[in-house]
Design a protein around this ligand. Structure first.
Ligand code: SF4
Ligand code: FES
Length: 256
């Protein structure tokens, strides 16, 4: 198939950036979306032009590195899929495709389609862990946990930190991401000792970044490649409220 691509090109954070149009003939429907971009880049390099920068690693939908807007939808409009799992068979000959980076003040553009998502890392550093001494790997049945609880926690643990939720939210809220991390640990027995402190620390870290507040658009849930439920946000709010009422200290050491 022959495609017309409109791709956001931006040399660096200080550059204004603009959409550049590329004609890309003879694209195989068997290619993944990223392979299609690889082909474009090979052709650009052959012509002595700068290839398009985009993030990727596993190309199997598990690492969370890839991600950009395709025709205005985070990861494209194939439900429950990352960009690396999207295939060209979902497009047609003659299609025009607009490809842009995540748009959020909290995710500044590094180059072309690459954004800086270190705001997520700072939130995780604030509380996305357990400090319980786990020692060496315990027997699988050493801490009995009901299967339903494990599966519920796993539904939230599937978050790959891609940032599509932030990019598609009109407020640039990071609540689906933070709610997923808090719910994942808060559902398991190992996550109980620091449950309230964790919610406070991670919400505090989220507030320090340039993310907006949730106003229940639910566009995060609609585009999430791992189909994380907004019920994680409800769990986060519950833990946060409980922590405030019980006077658990913030990571800064202050009490509220
Ligand atoms: S909640 Fe979904 S969209 Fe948001 S970072 Fe996690 S996997 Fe990506
Ligand atoms: S490259 Fe790892 S999830 Fe897409």
């Amino acid at each position: 198939m022959d495609l017309k691509l409109h791709i956001w090109r931006q040399k660096g954070p200080a550059d204004k950036g603009r959409l550049v149009t590329y004609e890309l003939p003879e694209v195989s429907s068997h290619m993944s979306f990223l392979e299609m971009l690889d082909v474009l880049n090979e052709r650009l390099v052959e012509k002595g032009e700068e290839p398009v920068a985009f993030d990727h690693d596993c190309r199997e939908g598990i690492c969370g590195s890839c991600g950009f807007m395709i025709n205005g939808v985070a990861h494209g409009d194939q439900k429950g899929s990352t960009v690396c799992q999207l295939h060209m068979r979902h497009f047609s000959d003659g299609d025009e495709i607009t490809i842009e980076p995540w748009r959020s003040k909290a995710f500044p553009i590094v180059k072309d389609l690459v954004v800086d998502r270190s705001a997520f890392d700072r939130i995780l550093t604030a509380g996305g862990f357990v400090t319980v001494r786990t020692g060496s790997a315990p027997d699988a049945n050493a801490i009995p946990i009901p299967t339903e609880t494990v599966e519920h926690a796993m539904d939230f643990a599937e978050c790959i930190g891609c940032g599509a939720c932030v990019a598609s939210c009109p407020n640039s809220a990071a609540m689906l991401f933070v709610g997923a991390k808090i719910a994942h640990l808060g559902l398991l027995p190992q996550g109980q000792p620091e449950r309230e402190q964790r919610a406070l620390a991670m919400v505090e870290a989220m507030e320090r970044e340039a993310f907006g507040a949730c106003t229940n658009f639910r566009s995060c849930e609609a585009v999430c490649p791992k189909e994380i439920s907004i019920s994680g946000i409800a769990r986060m709010n519950k833990d946060f409220r409980k922590a405030l009422l019980s006077g658990v200290g913030f990571s800064s050491g202050k009490k509220r």
